[in-house]
Structure formats: structure tokens, C-alpha cells
Design a protein around this ligand. Structure first.
Ligand code: TXA
Ligand code: MG
Length: 319
């Protein structure tokens, strides 16, 4: 039987040989493969059961690597990189030809991230190539924030897992695109809109598409995503009647007639709530409730990313 729990050195060896391994990052665990190896990329899509129209993020471990995969590095993108890399920020830039179409779903752009997690950096350096790495979960399922989450979803489908402990950020990176004149925030995350604007001025925000479950506006922009198997309703209407086996995921001191099952952060701290979000969703999902309801979270700062993920996890979409 293969040993699924591996060290960074083993991971690099497997990656260089075209395998796929789960690696820790500060946001969520990623399922990595060498970005220039199309067989490895195909294995990533297959292991995740992910459609190939959903493009991957390339992970690098030095600023100089940007120029190896992108044709231009606009000034504003550079400013963000200087301020927030390494960290939970992904930049979408025009791609070089050396980046396989399979990695970018044939888009003319490539998503690039320089993670701050020391184990992620070590694995990228030891491998000696950018690593394509989507979140290490089955397509549309909840992203993993611990190595055990990865094990539960993917153990028999991948070549190894490197355990780097729980992810400190807890939601996927902020994605900013530089393919238009004005930068566009494609996915909210720990680097908030306010932080981006403070650094580079005007940033447009990509509007979420309307109907949940409907096809995306652009590749990768799925409307329903991050979903537990148990139906989840974010911010339910006041008059709603809940089934007896309903779990309530609270935030701070919000009030409800339902007893609290878990609290994302008793003190209403966004950072703590974000770090707990997926682990608590996994925990409640595994407990086989009939319904999970989640209290409203203020739409400010990091709360924007939490609202985004919870709306997509919700069976009713934008309640
Ligand atoms: O924090 C993260 O970003 C994690 C860790 C592992 O780094 N990765 C992650 O990857 O969340 P994934 O595959 O779950 O999300 C990647 C998303 C795609 O679904 C798409 O929305 C966007 O990145 N993306 C990738 N390439 C793009 C491109 N060329 N243009 C626009 N969006 C792109
Ligand atoms: Mg994902």
C-alpha cells in the first residue's frame, strides 16, 4: 500500500516525476502538479472531477518567476505583489506561450500566486517549477483547511499529502485580474477590496452571476461552489420554520430562536471566523443534520469573503 503521508522532499520527487500531491498553503490545501506537465495537469482535473473549463492557479516561490509565465507585469500588479506577496493574493496576467492551455482553460491569461506558507515555498523550490494547484477538494465540495479534510476527499485519488497543520487564513486567495485597463477583483479573500484600493487606486468588482447552479459568466466563476452535502441556508428569513435536526452556525452574538451548534467567532472576529469556516462546515456536514443554517455576517472587510463563500454554499444562492 502506498504511504499517503509524505514529506516535502518526497513531494518534490513525485511532482518532478509527473505525480500530483496535496500541499499546505496559508489559504487552503492545494492539489499540486508541475504546471508545464500536461499529464500532471490532466491528473489534477481527473482527481478532483473538475471540468477542464475551470482554470488553475500557478504557484511560484520568487518574484522573478512571474516573468517566466506572464508576458507583462503591469506596474499596479507589481505594486500589489510587492506589498502582499508572499501571501493570499492571486494576480491574473497575460500568459506566455509556455503555459499549457490545459492550465488556463485556453484563456489568454494565467493566474499566479506566491504563497507565504513555508512548506509550500519549500516544495515549489525543491521541485524547481511553478506548481498548478487548485484547492484539494472534489469539484464543488468544501475546500480543505486541514490535511485530514484532504484525506477524506482525495486519499485514494492522489499520490500523497504533505501535512502542514491547519491553514491560518482559511478561505481561498483574493483574485485580481489585470487583463483590462482597470484591475478587476474576481474573487474576494483575505486581501480586501479596501486594501487593494489603498495600494493601487481604482479596482472594479466582478458582480456575482444571478441564478445558483447556472453556468458561469467566465471560466471558473461558478455560482454554486464550496457546497456541503447537507443543504445549507445562509442568513435564513426570520419567518422560516426549521426541521428538527437543524444545525446553527453562529457568528458573534447574533440572536435566533435556534440554539447555537458552533460559533465561527464568539467575539465576532473576522479573522478567527474565516480560519474556522471550512473546518466547521466539514464538521457539521459530517454530523448528518437535515439542514445547516448560518447567521448573517456583516458585509465589511474580511466579512465580504465570508459572505461570498456562504452565499455560494447556500442552496438558495443569494438569499
Ligand atoms: O488560495 C487559493 O487560491 C487556493 C490555494 C490552493 O492556492 N487555490 C484555489 O484554486 O482556490 P481553485 O482552483 O480552487 O480556484 C482557482 C480559480 C478558478 O476557479 C478561477 O475562478 C480563477 O481561479 N482563475 C484561474 N485562472 C484564471 C484566469 N486565467 N482568469 C480568470 N480567473 C482565473
Ligand atoms: Mg476550489
Amino acid at each position: 500500500m502506498k504511504n499517503i503521508w509524505i514529506k516535502p522532499g518526497d513531494a518534490a520527487r513525485i511532482l518532478r516525476a509527473g505525480g500530483v500531491v496535496a500541499i499546505p498553503t496559508e489559504t487552503v490545501y492545494g492539489l499540486a502538479g508541475v504546471a508545464f506537465n500536461e499529464t500532471a495537469l490532466a491528473k489534477i482535473f481527473e482527481a478532483k472531477k473538475r471540468p477542464t473549463f475551470d482554470p488553475l492557479i500557478l504557484h511560484i516561490a520568487s518574484l522573478e518567476d512571474v516573468e517566466k509565465i506572464a508576458t507583462v507585469f503591469p506596474e499596479k500588479a507589481k505594486k500589489l505583489a510587492e506589498k502582499y506577496w508572499p501571501g493570499p493574493l492571486t494576480l491574473v496576467l497575460p500568459k506566455k506561450e509556455c503555459v499549457p492551455d490545459l492550465a488556463t482553460s485556453s484563456l489568454p491569461s494565467v493566474a499566479i500566486r506566491f504563497p507565504v506558507h513555508p512548506i509550500a515555498q519549500e516544495i515549489i523550490r525543491l521541485t524547481g517549477a511553478p506548481l498548478a494547484a487548485p484547492s484539494a477538494n472534489l469539484f464543488k465540495h468544501i475546500s480543505p483547511t486541514t490535511a485530514e479534510h484532504v484525506y477524506e476527499q482525495l486519499a485514494d485519488r492522489i499520490d500523497g499529502i504533505v501535512d502542514g497543520g491547519p491553514c491560518t487564513v482559511g478561505v481561498e486567495s483574493t483574485i485580481v485580474s489585470f487583463t483590462e485597463d482597470i484591475p478587476v477583483l474576481l474573487r474576494p479573500g483575505a486581501i480586501t477590496l479596501e486594501m487593494l484600493q489603498e495600494c493601487i487606486g481604482e479596482v472594479k468588482v466582478k458582480k456575482p452571476t444571478s441564478a445558483p447552479g447556472k453556468a458561469m459568466q467566465a471560466p471558473g466563476m461558478m455560482d454554486s461552489h464550496y457546497q456541503p452535502k447537507t443543504p445549507l441556508i445562509y442568513n435564513p428569513p426570520k419567518e422560516m420554520v426549521f426541521p428538527p435536526r437543524t444545525a446553527r452556525l453562529a457568528f458573534g452574538k447574533t440572536e435566533s430562536l435556534l440554539p447555537i451548534t458552533l460559533n465561527l467567532s464568539e467575539s465576532g472576529n473576522f479573522v478567527e471566523a474565516t480560519a474556522n469556516l471550512y473546518a466547521y462546515m466539514h464538521q457539521l456536514d459530517d454530523a448528518c443534520y437535515d439542514l445547516i443554517v448560518v447567521d448573517a455576517i456583516p458585509l465589511e472587510g474580511l466579512g465580504v469573503a465570508l459572505n461570498d463563500r456562504l452565499r455560494r454554499a447556500s442552496i438558495k444562492g443569494n438569499l
